[in-house]
Design a protein around this ligand. Structure first.
Ligand code: ACM
Ligand code: ZN
Length: 760
């Protein structure tokens, strides 16, 4: 907290101290910064000044909302506002059920004397007040009192309502579990941006996270998995905790939608209750990412009884009109082999396993409906025939959503290209490992949930959009926030604001204000990192030039004397050219003066490493060591056996990680020109000329993220490549290519080393 206070002081001393004319207002507080941008907003002359003597006038059913915002205002301003009916210096919250407004709509009229927030419902007034907060300086979201801020609201008139009724965020708490304090923190912030649905992905192959009293083994066994690194990852919510979250969310007008996955992504459940699978098990909870082949058996009546009992226990915990049953990625391999599943197909006249899946979902749908809920499923539930009243979540692109809407079903658009916030939001070389993809803030923002291919008389079936947060690679709650923010704020705008009011350039400006609000909530949001150089070790022969950029064109500050950069360090303007060794430290600088993580690059002169001139033979030597070794330190002490000559590095089957071992390859690697090479590999280690150029120890090895440089003379160079066939970070190393890649001095492309370049 102390550190946080210090940051605020630093910010404020730079920008807001003293008199509060516009020129002294921090750049991020200038102008109108409301997100999502309102439907109609006109700015007038003057300002309303919030002070300790401002009164709050409550008309109609708005007392709870008033209390919520008065408490927030108290935290950051220190003002203890009184309730009263003053004629000026008053904020009026008015709920009138006779108003001709939508349930989530509001009007806001700010004059120098009065702020009047009107709506038909408490939810509408809640949104009006979120807008009021966003018209105040960003520091209004601070959790500690900030002095010397001009707490003013510009004179405006706003008429606002959402474009879509469903504005959602999904969170997978099964790949990495997050506790309810974390969930509540996210809900606080989502509500600021008028997000109104939280889709809670509670069950998976890798964890079952909700207490079911009737089936205690679901959590006793299914909520704990042994990771490849040898430690347990565990967690589940008691029903009391679930109720607490649901209540907390409802106070913020966020509807919580539970997801209980079926018929696939079910291994955590089947580990405790293998009798509901086709084979009867036994099973171990999955500790690698991806999709498990064992699913719920569609042939056994007892499976349906089990699932219906679970759903009956879960549904009453959630007042939501919706219940999500998953339905995605359910392999049919076990159903094809299972006599009971095959018998069911014959009895029911089902021609394919897809139709069996449809039968499964439709039975569950009847049960969900009998509990007064509407079923949501991922778009695979379209295969083999859609359940009659299902709402479709379109994730495999927009195709499923288009098909479902045109067939008269409601849809929620969550297509991967824009709505999967587990994607990279910057270059893989500098960002934390991600599942893949590349979805910047701008890409997410650009998404329009109504594809052209939906017929005009069917577009009303698109009830909204949602971003999905799959947490395979989000090993900590800080990382979860890093992937969510700020992209979820783009989702808030694209689901609320009218299409013609969207403007990315202006959004990019307003986001700078939103980020300071996130600071008030201690959110670890993404700040674009300095990109450009592919490797943090930069070898050069005579001289080198480093060019930097970042995904939002923010200024970058740097040092070349080894010191840590600060906001006052020189700003990067032109490519940096070096002909002497140096350490470059560079960071992206936000308008708030907050910096990104510092990127450190070592720039080092190298002689061309001499080539080996002796005779060599085709192939490389491979020696092997069976066993599970976590890292180089572990296998360095062991004896490799069986050096044999192989033509190339082994390739592996998908399940090879179940036979852990280490393979070490030694030989020569031939290059065809002199100069600095960039080398990349997803293997554990790569040594060239006795130097470890790639060290992936204790890293999740994906996407060729680890790169280095080395000056090599034309010819053959001794190398050693180590493939550690283990699981790290949930990723089996055998799922990455067992090889290395290089970029030659005269090329701008990486090439995979080929067998003709290898010898021993
Ligand atoms: C999904 O991403 N499998 C819904
Ligand atoms: Zn079966």
């Amino acid at each position: 907290m102390e550190k946080f206070k210090f940051l605020w002081c630093l910010l404020l001393s730079g920008f807001i101290l003293g008199a509060c004319s516009e020129c002294q207002v921090a750049s991020y507080n200038q102008g109108i910064n409301v997100i999502p941008t309102p439907k109609v907003l006109t700015v007038g002359e003057g300002k309303f000044k919030l002070s300790a003597s401002t009164q709050v006038n409550i008309v109609g059913d708005a007392a709870i909302i008033a209390d919520y915002f008065m408490a927030k205002i108290n935290q950051s301003t220190g003002f203890v506002l009184a309730k009263g009916q003053a004629s000026s210096n008053v904020i009026e919250l008015l709920v009138d059920s006779t108003l001709e407004l939508g349930a989530e709509a509001y009007t806001l009229d700010v004059t120098a004397d009065k702020v009047v927030a009107k709506a038909k419902t408490p939810q509408g007034v809640f949104y009006a007040m979120q807008t009021v907060m966003q018209l105040l300086p960003a520091e209004i979201e601070s959790s500690v009192v900030i002095e010397n801020v001009a707490w003013t609201i510009p004179v405006v008139k706003i008429e606002d309502e959402p474009r879509f009724k469903y504005r959602g965020m999904h969170l997978d708490v099964c790949r990495h579990f997050n506790d309810i304090e974390f969930i509540k923190k996210q809900l606080d912030v989502l509500a600021m941006f008028k997000i109104n649905r939280f889709h809670w992905h509670l069950t998976e192959d890798q964890l079952w996270t909700i207490e079911i009293k009737k089936y205690p083994k679901l959590t006793a066994i299914g909520s704990k998995r042994l990771e490849g690194e040898g430690h347990y990852h565990e967690g589940f919510y008691t029903q009391e905790q679930v109720k607490e979250v649901v209540k907390y969310a409802s106070e913020r007008f966020i509807d919580v939608i539970p997801e209980i996955e079926l018929p696939g992504h079910a291994l955590a459940a089947l580990t405790g209750y293998p009798e509901y699978s086709c084979t009867g098990g036994p099973f171990q909870i999955r500790n690698v990412w991806g999709v498990e082949a064992d699913v719920f058996c569609a042939g056994k009546e007892s499976t349906f009884e089990f699932l219906e009992n679970i759903i009956s226990e879960v549904a009453p915990l959630f007042p939501s009109e919706y219940f999500h049953i998953g339905g995605d990625e359910s392999p049919k391999t076990e159903w094809e082999k299972c006599p009971l599943c095959q018998k069911r197909m014959r009895q029911e006249g089902l021609k394919t396993e897809y139709e069996l899946q449809s039968y499964f979902v439709q039975r569950i749908e009847k049960h969900v409906n009998s509990l007064g809920k509407k079923l949501i499923g991922w778009d695979e539930i379209l295969e083999g025939g859609i359940a009659p009243s299902a709402t479709i979540m379109s994730w495999q692109g927009e195709k499923g959503g288009i098909e479902a809407a045109n067939a008269g079903h409601d849809v929620i658009m969550t297509p991967g290209n824009w709505m999967y916030l587990d994607h990279y939001q910057g270059a893989a070389e500098v960002e934390p490992v991600a599942i893949g993809g590349y979805t910047t803030l701008e890409e997410t923002y650009k998404y329009n949930p109504i594809p052209k291919a939906i017929a005009a008389d069917k577009v009303h079936h698109v009830i909204g959009a949602q971003c999905n947060i799959w947490t395979e690679y989000m090993y900590t709650s800080d990382l979860v926030e890093y992937f969510i923010f700020p992209r979820v704020i783009a989702v808030a705008e694209l689901t609320w604001s009218p299409l013609d009011a969207k403007n990315y350039k202006d959004f990019e400006r307003r986001i700078n204000n939103a980020l300071v609000r996130l600071d008030g909530h201690h959110i670890n949001y993404h700040i674009p990192l300095p990109e450009g150089p592919l490797s943090d070790y930069v070898a050069y022969i005579d001289s080198t030039i480093l060019k930097f950029k970042n995904t939002r064109n923010y200024p970058m500050v740097y040092t070349v004397d080894g010191s840590e950069p600060t906001a006052k360090s020189p700003q990067y303007a032109n490519p940096l050219s070096f002909d002497a060794d140096v350490v470059v430290k560079i960071a992206t600088l936000l308008p708030s003066e907050k910096m990104s993580k510092v990127r450190t690059l070592t720039v080092k002169k190298e002689e061309l490493s001499a080539a080996f001139t002796g005779e060599t033979k085709a192939g490389v030597k491979m020696s092997k060591l069976d066993g599970h070794f976590l890292n180089a330190e572990a296998y360095a002490k062991a004896n490799f056996v069986n050096p044999i000559v192989v033509e190339y590095f082994n390739s592996f089957s998908h399940t090879a990680y179940k036979k852990p071992h280490v393979e070490m390859y030694e030989g020569y690697f031939e290059v065809s020109e002199d100069g600095v090479y960039t080398i990349a590999s997803d293997n554990e280690e790569l040594w060239i000329d006795g130097v470890r150029v790639i060290d992936n120890n204790n890293k999740t090895k994906r996407h060729l993220r680890t790169k280095s440089t080395k000056a090599l003379a034309k010819g053959k160079h001794p190398f050693k490549l180590v493939m550690n066939n283990s699981v790290y970070g949930g990723w089996p190393n055998c799922w990455s290519a067992n090889t290395f890649h290089y970029k030659a001095p005269s090329s701008d492309k990486f090439t995979k080393v080929n067998a003709s370049q290898l010898s021993h």
